[in-house]
Write a protein that binds this ligand. Structure first.
Ligand SMILES: NC(=O)C1=CN([C@@H]2O[C@H](COP(=O)(O)OP(=O)(O)OC[C@H]3O[C@@H](n4cnc5c(N)ncnc54)[C@H](OP(=O)(O)O)[C@@H]3O)[C@@H](O)[C@H]2O)C=CC1
Ligand SMILES: O=C1OC[C@@H](O)[C@H](O)[C@H]1O
Length: 385
């Protein structure tokens, strides 16, 4: 019962966090947001409320009325709109950092423009449509001495860090195989034709959207990159857009990994709704970790390494001994209700993740698309001078 109260309390406080006041004399980091994107409240606006040293100061949307309505709803001071709205926001000298939640195919152009304007950038995942564009962005950020952080938020949650620490401690021996994925039942994401996830040029596809988490987690937990893509199965939504992808990889030291993703998993037998599947299973020489397993579905395969704040349990199996751990906070940081996005803010702008990570993840995404015959999503046609 206490875990049910804990769950309710975490959900309540994470969606309506207690406000934090800046310490006297401090100058909070001012964010500007490019686009009134659906994810912006969850990923930035709400988590910032409990951060004493950050504030969301400005919003730009292509339509000024939309930007103004968004600003009113979220208490944002400054509004930009119209065809020059994004650039005007970037040029605002009050703004220190940009949050870029534009469609994947526009990440490159607007991140380059933000960096050119001298702003740090928190960039939504996946970093862009191609590894080449991603590399250029990180090189440019470095040359400008600015922080660019790709927002794989779950990487900052204590539960995910704890699983990694258990692996690194060696108590389970070497990693032998991993299975990581993210698949949601049909109906959970908007199926409208204008959903950016179904647009090839904008960087759509299940692998870009959800498989990118699976690939990032595979690389993180194995601390390695695939040496080859062994197999790829796509189920298509439209000619170049995968609704579902399953891929398997060989990694160094005989490690094998599989990843899966599905934007709209259909009901079984046509009527039994699928369950969300956010599994991370890491098998090691001496045991097995089932990362961030759901409290609500104990002993099942349902896990939640993507959004562990709501519920998780890390199950460590060695032989026939099981132990379960939870990690909602770090020893010296956090509150149980802090979401992965809130932890991510602690890493910005002091990026905990190396730029090479983002480039490698994009390389793996592209290699799966190439092997599966769909080809990479198109690189940006924006030319940076
Ligand atoms: N970290 C996370 O948990 C999540 C991350 N994401 C990532 O965030 C990004 C945005 O996703 P999401 O919020 O779901 O997407 P939305 O479609 O809600 O937002 C995208 C925004 O891009 C702007 N935009 C500019 N040009 C275009 C164009 N040509 N077509 C469509 N939109 C355009 C729109 O802004 P305007 O208001 O100016 O019209 C829109 O608000 C993606 O990179 C996605 O992968 C998404 C969900 C979860
Ligand atoms: O980043 C994401 O995380 C959760 C998914 O629902 C979403 O489609 C994706 O963009």
């Amino acid at each position: 019962m206490s875990s049910l109260f804990g769950l309710i309390d975490r959900i309540r406080k994470s969606s309506n966090p207690p406000g934090a006041k800046p310490s006297p004399g401090s100058k909070p980091l001012k964010f500007g947001v490019l686009g009134a994107a659906d994810i912006a409240p969850t990923a930035l606006i709400v988590p910032v409320k409990s951060h004493p040293e950050a504030v969301v100061y400005a919003i730009a949307a292509r339509n000024k009325d939309k930007a103004a309505a968004f600003a009113r709803k979220h208490g944002i001071a400054k509004v930009f709109g119209g065809v020059n709205g994004y650039q005007e926001l970037l040029d605002d000298p009050e703004i220190d950092a940009i949050y870029n939640p534009l469609p994947n195919g526009l990440h490159y152009e607007w991140t380059m423009k933000a960096l050119a304007a001298g702003k740090h950038v928190l960039l939504e995942k996946p970093s862009s449509n191609t590894a080449a564009d991603t590399r250029r962005m990180f090189e440019f950020a470095e040359s400008r001495n600015l922080v660019l952080l790709e927002a794989y938020h779950s990487r900052f949650h204590p539960a995910v860090l704890r699983v990694k620490a258990i692996i690194d401690s060696g108590e389970l021996g070497a990693v032998k195989s991993t299975s990581t994925g993210l698949a949601l039942p049909r109906g959970m994401i908007k199926s409208a034709a204008d959903n950016i996830r179904f647009d090839f040029k904008l960087g759509g596809g299940a692998l870009m959207d959800m498989g990118s988490y699976a690939i990032n987690a595979m690389r993180y937990f194995t601390a390695a990159n695939p040496t080859s893509v062994v197999s790829v199965d796509h189920e298509l939504k439209s000619p170049k857009i995968d609704r579902k992808t399953v891929a398997s990889f060989s990694l160094p030291n005989s490690v094998t990994s599989t990843i899966f993703c599905d934007l709209e998993e259909p009901p079984s037998l046509g009527f039994i709704p699928a369950m969300p599947n956010l599994n991370a299973i890491i098998k090691c020489e001496k045991g097995e970790i089932k990362g961030a397993k759901s409290q609500l579905f104990d002993n099942s395969q349902l896990m939640n390494y993507v959004a562990p704040t709501q519920y998780h349990a890390i199950t460590v199996k060695i032989g026939n001994k099981n132990r379960t751990e939870k990690a909602y906070t770090l020893p010296d940081l956090g509150e149980p209700w802090w979401t992965s996005y809130r932890y991510q803010l602690e890493a910005f702008p002091h990026a905990w993740v190396m730029p090479e990570e983002s480039v490698r993840t994009m390389e793996v995404i592209e290699s799966v698309y190439v092997k599966g015959g769909l080809g990479s999503r198109p690189g940006s046609d924006y030319v940076h001078h």
